[in-house]
Write a protein of this length. Structure first.
Lengths: 343, 272
């Protein structure tokens, strides 16, 4: 194969960043069903953005996502990746340039982890040396020691390790776009939290454009740049940043989906520096909190210690300001309008 | 929920921490799952049986009819005929039934599936003696006719196992393969067939053993094999001939099953 180019999308030949995804009036009607599964879905996702699709089971969020790589063919509408209409590309070619991670992981049980990860590079005709270098690099990226794991079979790995291998496999050919269907849904809470943290770190490094489907709103808040809250037939109830959705849910439906404790969830998103700190002079006997902590951590510390204010300190433990209950409340109030639904 | 505690406490699927390690040691040993006893038992048993048979025949005083069959030239010739016939039948079954199974699986057509499975069922349900003799009447006698009858008779296990094996591949595995851009053919060849291979091989093993047993009826249409000895022994009331013939068929069937079992174990894809 003479064509070594890594991408079918114009702006990413040679680079690894993300590209835009535009869905325009996308509809899916299954034969024999009167009601469409997805109706007139339109959305623009910016390059490098991590967009979460959140909604109850059966709302069509997974169907919407799977139309992007044409695992499910749309009935009408158009989908463009980097300005290119995916419906005009060969589905197999298209999929080789889109990372795909599913909840069940779907590692090939008869292949070693290295061979699993090498799947797409092999389909693209990469050389052996390039492929094995890439496999090693990826195993290190997802924190699986190549010396230990490359030659193992999937069933010799724990659930969390398998999921990491699954992510590595999806990243193998450095696709600009990733589709992730509840990738951490089947793992236990502790493993899930660790995988989420690793995933955030990884995304900060690679900056892919990602559509991430979940039914867990807290996961959406934790990971997403923007969240699309979806209802029946994949209707977009609200599409905004986690902070904006928590601060001002567009309607009852979104509010009910957020559940209780919206203010606390918002605090977890805001760094202590988002609050207006009262300047301090010299040291005090107040409990201190790092300036990289979240407001939720600060509130937690206030509750535990019973103090009425905390010192916010920088890396060298120098106090940069004082933070009290009122400052935290003030940070929650959006500039334009008073928040509703605070418990 | 029999054991209180342990597995359920974590609340999560229990495979997070404990089981993978156990599996590692289980699979990590190079000796696979073959124990010496299992490997050696069948051939030793057969060897012992044949030795007893040999000693018994030697202790007899054979008349001229018996001497004509109970000598090594005759025995080797019949065993060879028998093996050639049954192995050729099994090979043909593999060559036809596996691709047919793949085709039905790919087409996803219930009509095709029902028709072909129905035919294979008829092939197996019809008494093989009847098929052989009918075929001989409408066609001809000899090797090819016996082969066709045997193929018809032992077609079903391979076909059914091919279909089952392919259908049992985890849909998530298939979806992952499609999602990464494998063509349908690549999914079949690289994912579905290897994963289905243990089930397909098990079907082939059954077919092979079927064929060895049923090849005895080839004698009725003059196609040779160990059936000659059984029928002659009966007709001429020479029981040593009958007994040696039957024992050899049984020995071959056991050894073939044993060999196929070994192949099944060794050909099983690693990681399964």
């Amino acid at each position: 194969m003479s064509d070594r180019s890594n991408s079918i999308f114009p702006s990413t030949a040679g680079t690894s960043g993300g590209v835009s995804i535009e869905l325009d009036g996308v509809t899916k009607v299954y034969p024999g069903q009167g009601v469409p599964a997805v109706e007139d879905f339109s959305m623009r996702i910016e390059p490098g953005e991590l967009v979460m699709f959140v909604g109850p089971s059966g709302c069509g969020k997974t169907t919407t996502m799977k139309m992007v790589n044409r695992i499910i063919e749309p009935s009408s509408g158009s989908i463009r990746i980097d300005g290119q209409d995916v419906l005009h590309l060969s589905p197999d070619q298209l999929r080789r340039h889109i990372g795909y991670v599913i909840q069940q992981i779907g590692l090939f049980p008869h292949m070693t982890i290295a061979d699993n990860i090498a799947t797409v590079p092999k389909l693209l005709g990469w050389s052996k040396t390039r492929t094995s270098q890439r496999v090693e690099e990826l195993l290190e990226t997802v924190q699986l020691d190549p010396a230990v794991f490359a030659k193992r079979y999937p069933r010799q790995l724990s659930g969390g390790q398998q999921q990491r291998a699954g992510v590595a496999r999806a990243l193998a050919a450095d696709p600009p776009v990733m589709l992730m269907d509840e990738p951490f849904g089947a793992t236990d809470p502790i493993t899930r939290e660790r995988l989420q943290a690793e995933f955030l770190r990884l995304q900060a490094e690679i900056g892919k454009t990602i559509i991430f489907v979940t039914h867990d709103f807290d996961e959406a808040v934790r990971l997403g740049d923007r969240i699309a809250v979806l209802s029946e037939r994949s209707r977009i109830e609200q599409f905004d940043t986690p902070d904006a959705i928590l601060a001002a849910p567009a309607n009852e439906y979104v509010a009910s989906f957020i559940g209780s404790g919206a203010a606390l969830k918002r605090l977890a998103l805001l760094p202590v520096t988002a609050a207006r700190l009262t300047p301090v002079d010299g040291s005090s006997r107040r409990p201190s909190v790092s300036s990289t902590a979240t407001l939720r951590d600060a509130l937690d510390l206030l509750m535990v210690t019973g103090a009425d204010a905390l010192d916010v300190v920088d890396e060298e433990q120098r106090p940069v300001g004082r933070l009290g209950h009122a400052d935290i409340s003030a940070a929650l109030t959006p500039p334009e309008r008073v928040e509703v639904g605070t418990p | 929920m029999s054991a209180p505690g342990t597995a359920d406490v974590a609340g999560a699927p229990a495979d997070a921490a404990a089981t993978p390690r156990d599996r590692t040691t289980l699979l990590g040993t190079p000796g696979r799952r073959l124990s010496v006893v299992r490997v050696a038992a069948a051939p030793l048993l057969v060897a012992a049986g044949l030795l007893v048979l040999f000693l018994w025949v030697r202790s007899l005083e054979l008349d001229s009819i018996e001497q004509r069959t109970l000598n090594s030239d005759y025995l080797v010739a019949r065993v060879r005929e028998h093996l050639v016939l049954s192995c050729a039948a099994a090979a043909l079954v593999a060559l036809i039934a596996i691709p047919v199974g793949m085709l039905i699986h790919r087409s996803q057509s219930t009509v095709l599936r029902t028709v072909v499975l129905g035919l294979a069922n008829i092939g197996q349900a019809t008494p093989a003696v009847g098929v052989v003799i009918l075929l001989a009447i409408v066609w001809k006698t000899g090797f090819s006719t016996a082969l066709v009858a045997l193929v018809a008779y032992s077609f079903l296990p391979v076909l059914r196992n091919t279909l089952t094996g392919l259908a049992e591949v985890d849909p998530a595995t298939r979806e992952a393969a499609r999602g990464m851009g494998m063509t349908r053919w690549q999914v079949l060849r690289r994912i579905e067939l290897p994963l289905a291979s243990p089930v397909i091989l098990a079907g082939l093993r059954t077919s092979l053993v079927f064929a060895v047993g049923v090849a005895t009826i080839a004698t009725f249409i003059n196609a040779g094999g160990l059936g000659d000895m059984i029928v002659n022994g009966l007709k001429l009331q020479r029981y040593p001939v009958l007994i040696v013939g039957s024992c050899l068929v049984a020995a071959i069937a056991i050894l073939i099953d044993w060999l196929a079992g070994l192949v099944e174990e060794l050909a099983r894809p690693r990681g399964l």
